[in-house]
Write a protein that binds this ligand. Structure first.
Ligand code: NAD
Ligand code: UDP
Length: 325
């Protein structure tokens, strides 16, 4: 049994990861300041004696004092808002959690001699001029725009990892995560899949930004969590940056039609202005993950969406929101 620290534990990915680690028999300390995360995501594990939840902000140096006398084997640093709606609302906090927060977590890894995984993002590639994106692509990020607080902070977070790997011998690995979805995404999260599914189930207009020709590649959460755990476990992944995402690409308009079809919704599809700096295309090259981690995603968008729609239907009914049958 390992003792594993997960920051961002009450968030979408963090909570799925914690559940998986607890089911595997590990002891887990989850740290979260509940800025975008919700405790309901951790309901199932909260009663488990091998799970401890610590409400704290990882940018504060004393936030990790509770771990002072404890052995820590692995650290997954996932804390950071991920939805453009939330990271733009707290842009300075987003910069701090990915820079100062990453520094504090790397310091903890150094002191504890723990393995360290940083959740970076496909946004490190910005609005890419190379398509699809391999890890070797250095990106096209606008430093003077509303997405910079996230994209550039993540890139600097990667730099912290590089420095601690090369100068402090911390066993780091970096996941560049591409758009991931499933239950556990808040229905007011603002990301495209949670918006479309909520809108379709409640009969609201499905809001496509721009003409919907921009593309994304969507990974189901179970595949993502399996990828993160493989990245942590694999010795050969030390000091590597690896894309974790599903290489099947869809236009956003295709996704809107797919959600409408799978929910049987009579919602209208409407077109709203495209946000500034919205990347036009995004799709991972996953050769490195295949080679080093022997990992690739297994769940197609249709199947994952089907599962998510069922969960959302139940969640919305519990919240007494009227859902279309
Ligand atoms: P999320 O917003 O659901 O979860 C993030 C969690 O971090 C929340 O619970 C939030 O309360 C917590 N948090 C934020 N600032 C904190 C701080 N200062 N101290 C402690 N906790 C803090 O987002 P998510 O989708 O679960 O993303 C998790 C990680 O994965 C993020 O680092 C994100 O950048 C990265 N990522 C996610 C995706 C995706 O598609 N979900 C894609 C690329 C990268
Ligand atoms: N998007 C959309 N309607 C929505 C939410 C998002 O058309 O209600 C678009 C958005 O403009 C972007 C894509 O869907 O082109 C993915 O957006 P999301 O916020 O989920 O993630 P990101 O842009 O960070 O990949």
């Amino acid at each position: 049994m390992k003792h594993i620290v997960v920051t961002g534990a009450a968030g979408f990915l963090g909570s799925h990861l914690v559940q998986s680690l607890i089911h595997q028999g590990h002891r887990v300390t989850g740290i979260d300041n509940l800025s975008t995360g919700i405790l309901r995501n951790l309901e199932e594990v909260m009663v488990n004696p091998r799970f401890v939840f610590h409400q704290a902000d990882v940018t504060q140096p004393d936030s990790l004092d509770i771990l002072a006398d404890q052995q820590v084997h692995e650290i997954y640093h996932l804390a950071s808002p991920a939805s453009p709606k939330f990271y733009q609302a707290d842009s300075i906090g987003t910069i701090w959690v990915n820079t100062q927060g990453t520094y504090h977590m790397l310091e903890l890894a150094r002191k504890k001699e723990a393995r360290f995984l940083y959740s970076s993002t496909s946004e490190a590639y910005g609005d890419p001029e190379i398509h699809p994106q391999p890890e070797s692509y250095r990106g096209n990020v606008n430093t003077w725009g509303p997405r910079a607080c996230y994209d550039e902070a993540k890139r600097l977070g990667e730099v912290f990892c590089y420095e601690y790997y090369t100068k402090q011998q911390v066993s780091v690995r970096v996941a560049r995560i591409f758009n991931t979805y499933s239950s556990g995404l808040r229905n007011d999260d603002g990301r495209v899949i949670s918006n479309f599914v909520t809108q379709a189930l409640t009969g609201q207009d499905i809001t496509v930004y721009g003409d919907g020709s921009q593309t994304r590649s969507f990974c189901y959460v179970d595949d993502n969590i399996r990828g993160l755990q493989a990245l942590m476990a694999e010795d050969k992944a030390e000091g590597e940056i690896i894309n974790i995402g599903n290489p099947t690409e869809y236009s956003i308009l295709e996704v809107a039609y797919l959600v409408k079809q799978l929910t049987g919704s009579d919602s209208n599809i409407v077109f709203l202005p495209l946000p500034e700096d919205d990347p036009k295309v995004r799709r991972p090259v996953i050769d490195k993950a295949r080679e080093i981690l022997n990992w690739e995603p297994k769940i197609a968008l249709e199947e994952g969406l089907g599962r998510m729609i069922q969960h959302y239907r139940t969640m919305l009914l519990q919240e007494r929101v009227q859902v279309q049958e």
